[in-house]
Design a protein around this ligand. Structure first.
Ligand code: SF4
Length: 341
């Protein structure tokens, strides 16, 4: 097989590096008097999205926003209609929202934040983040101050993990045009770094609540199955459960290593926890394993459901749904999982 170029790839030093960066971020953000580290993270997300998407957001026609937001909502409610909804969304997203980065000179005002939220809503990719931005009340100038610092510093700590991103996107230049994941797939390096830092901050924020929960579940993406098509996992209320059909499978190894924990295979982040009942929400803490660009959405999705999360990253992307020509096995750092559990 040819050498695979990944948009991001971790190594053994990653978790120490992101911790240093997390410490620096928290120290720097203290000058803005945010009411919590969560508010600092919200401010940074707003600033980065404004920096990357502000120009397109200001241009977005309100009818197109509404149509795309409705389609995204419809897709979540009726997943069985995904094929034809996604085809339409792909065309509209590519035509109206997918633009090359253009410097944004406009001031971030409350009205402009509303337009940015409309853009994010239209993409369908930020649904679990949006409530945090709607409720944001801190001075918006501080989002920009924090973003400037982040843009200057994130590469120093995290640049080595995304050093192939440009080449990866160049090699796959027109890939995913007219597809519903066009915005997600072409994510900017800053979004990778934002999600890495976001996961680190969330791990700190939610650790105490997570520790108090009597049930700990590990949620694994389906790319960690040894063979997706032949997987014999059984469907249960909270996800698919491994039946130990193949000792080489990474899910098998994790399920065997943690017999006292629930382990679920989740086929798509949007369907995670769909079957959760009140008792689950009261008792569960989860360790979510996912690829980088889903980290903040996944963390806030879990938090919005009152289930405290911890995150562990896939070492690299692995599925052909979004990223590769062939599925390969998703892997994680098992020492990090052990620390989190
Ligand atoms: S070992 Fe478990 S997760 Fe892996 S393929 Fe078999 S049933 Fe699926």
């Amino acid at each position: 097989m040819d050498e695979i170029i990944f948009p991001y790839e971790l190594n053994d030093g990653y978790y120490a590096k992101v911790k240093y960066f997390g410490d620096e971020f928290i120290e720097y953000s203290q000058r803005f008097n945010f009411k919590s580290d969560e508010e600092s993270l919200e401010a940074l997300c707003i600033g980065i999205y404004w920096y990357l998407y502000g120009t397109t957001a200001l241009d977005l026609n309100s009818n197109i926003h509404q149509a795309l937001a409705n389609l995204a909502e419809y897709r979540r409610a009726f997943p069985e209609d995904k094929p034809f909804i996604d085809e339409l969304r792909g065309k509209l997203l590519t035509k109206f929202l997918f633009r090359p980065y253009k410097k944004n000179n406009e001031k971030l005002t409350k009205e402009n934040l509303d337009l940015l939220i409309n853009f994010l809503e239209a993409t369908g990719d930020y649904i679990d983040q949006i409530p945090h931005f709607r409720d944001f009340t801190h001075d918006l100038d501080d989002c920009i101050g924090l973003t400037k610092w982040f843009c200057k510093n994130s590469g120093k700590y995290l640049g080595e993990y995304t050093s192939s991103l440009e080449k990866y996107l160049e090699n796959n230049g027109t890939a995913h045009l007219m597809e519903e994941d066009v915005i997600f797939y072409h994510g900017h390096e800053l979004e990778y770094h934002l999600n890495m830092l976001g996961a680190e901050i969330m791990n700190r924020l939610y650790r105490d609540d997570y520790d108090k929960r009597p049930r700990k579940a590990i949620l694994l993406p389906s790319c960690m199955n040894a063979n997706n098509k032949r997987c014999r996992a059984k469907e249960e209320r909270l996800g698919h459960v491994c039946t130990f059909c193949n000792p080489k499978c990474n899910v098998y190894k994790i399920a065997e290593r943690y017999p006292n924990n629930e382990v679920y295979i989740i086929s798509h982040e949007s369907t995670a926890f769909k079957g959760a009942r009140k008792q689950d929400k009261d008792e569960l803490g989860i360790i979510g394993v996912t690829c980088v660009l889903n980290l903040i959405s996944g963390g806030w999705k879990s938090k919005n459901l009152s289930i405290p999360p911890q995150c562990v990253l896939l070492e690299h992307i692995a599925c052909k749904n979004h990223w590769l020509n062939e599925d390969i096995y998703g892997e994680i750092n098992l020492d990090e999982l052990n620390l989190k559990i």
